[in-house]
Ligand binder design. Structure first.
Ligand code: BDR
Ligand code: CA
Length: 409
């Protein structure tokens, strides 16, 4: 888990967009082209050939700039849990994030929306159902999300998360089924029915969230906060530039970062500091409840695989930290940044660049163009995210382990 992800590509045939779509998968495929045509202010040149592309200002870039709103402050009434949708690609650390949310009275999970990422959707979807069955929470709807990124081939990380996404641990086939709505549909419906009430916790590639925003741009105003596990201001784990979730679907990430939603980026800068030890795994294994037992098995299998592979055996629990930041505000420290997502780099797509206001927000020099007035390369600064820049790992594990073992006071 703490070793770098390496790219795995899953091919996908081209599909012509016909307009109306009846599934997240079709929306995703159609969106590959639509993104190029319609996305905020894009004028892409030679995008399919990986050539240099020119982009006009995004809606975000031309907005007036001020302080990033604090997305960590709960919108829930005092004493009431914060209501959340978990968008996820389970995934070892996704499983820990889901378990933590389910066992935390401060949170109420309204839906889980699996997306293709660590493993393909035909594994992340049943994995989400399995995890809910283990936790005896089959009352929570699970809606199938996108099987592919908006415009790119799917890159997965089965070599990190095991062939089944849960470290190879075999759990029973789920008895429950996903709901009929797709992930973007259920996200839309729940947000529209509860404007200002639902926080999104996105711990996989951001395809589902971007599809929901693309289908319904007003939705952004109804989301009080989004906590994202993804990105990094200190180097990637998929490439030297990009963290996995952003690497998989940079175009989706850009839509989300540009949407003016109060956003917390819980990136590798902090998640790499939250490593499970064998002692933590033993505590999970010793507790006699299904969630703790399942978490222990998944982490034990990961630990043993890494040990036999001669790797450092500390396991990063990236996604669980994003959930923890909604339960305990002070588990991370935050700083305002204007975060741009690189989408055109041949080697750097998915990189997150953070401007903190001390220097100009400056783009690369423009390509020669016949346009009489090219857009400026320097932009006014306005933060669009609170980036987690510090973490208290002990505090995180003092929250996580007792919640999973059931020994929390
Ligand atoms: C992120 O990538 C995935 O492999 C993990 O589940 C996490 O969401 C870390 O880079
Ligand atoms: Ca994940």
């Amino acid at each position: 888990m703490n070793r770098d992800h390496k790219s795995e590509q899953a091919g996908e045939p081209e599909k012509i967009c016909t307009g109306a779509t009846d599934s997240a998968r079709e929306q995703s495929l159609c969106t590959r082209r639509e993104f190029l045509a319609h996305s905020t202010g894009f004028a892409v040149a030679g995008a399919t050939g990986g050539l240099a592309a020119a982009r006009s200002l995004s809606a975000h870039e031309i907005r007036a700039r001020g302080n990033a709103p604090d997305s960590s402050v709960s919108n829930a009434a005092p004493g009431k849990p914060r209501r959340i949708i978990i968008d996820t690609d389970p995934g070892i650390d996704d499983a820990m994030a889901i378990f933590l949310a389910l066992r935390s009275p401060e949170l109420k999970v309204e839906a889980i929306t699996p997306v293709a990422g660590n493993v393909p959707l035909d594994l992340t979807l049943p994995n989400a159902l399995r995890l809910l069955e283990i936790a005896d929470r089959t009352d929570i709807p699970v809606a199938a999300g996108a099987s592919h990124p908006l415009v790119r081939r799917l890159a997965t990380a089965g070599h990190v998360h095991g062939v089944n996404g849960l470290a190879g641990v075999e759990f029973p086939e789920p008895k429950t089924k996903p709901v009929r709505e797709t992930a973007p549909e259920i996200i839309r419906r729940i947000l529209r029915e509860n404007p200002g009430e639902i926080t999104i916790v996105a711990v996989g590639p951001l395809t589902n969230v971007a599809l929901a925003l693309r289908a319904d741009p007003e939705l952004a105003n109804m989301i009080p906060a989004i906590a994202i596990m993804g990105g990094s201001l200190s180097g990637g784990n998929m490439t030297p530039a990009a963290e996995f979730n952003l690497y998989v679907d940079p175009e989706a990430a850009r839509i989300v970062f540009d949407a003016n939603i109060p956003l917390t980026m819980v990136g590798l800068d902090v998640t790499r500091k939250c490593r499970v030890s064998e002692e933590h795994i033993k505590q999970l294994e010793a507790a006699n409840n299904p969630v703790s037992q399942a978490a222990g098995k998944i982490l034990r299998a990961t630990y043993e695989r890494m040990r036999h592979g001669g790797e450092v055996t500390d396991i990063d629990l990236h996604d669980a930290l994003a959930v923890a930041s909604l339960i305990d505000h002070d588990v991370i420290t935050r700083k305002d940044y204007y975060v741009e997502v690189e989408t055109v780099g041949e080697w750097t797509a998915g990189q997150t660049l953070g401007y903190d206001g001390h220097g100009p927000v400056r783009k690369s020099p423009q390509m020669e163009t016949s346009a009489p007035e090219p857009p400026p390369t320097e932009l006014p600064y306005k933060p669009n995210a609170q980036v987690a820049v510090g973490v208290d790992p002990d505090r995180f594990f003092r929250l996580l382990i007792p919640r999973l073992t059931g020994s929390a006071g």
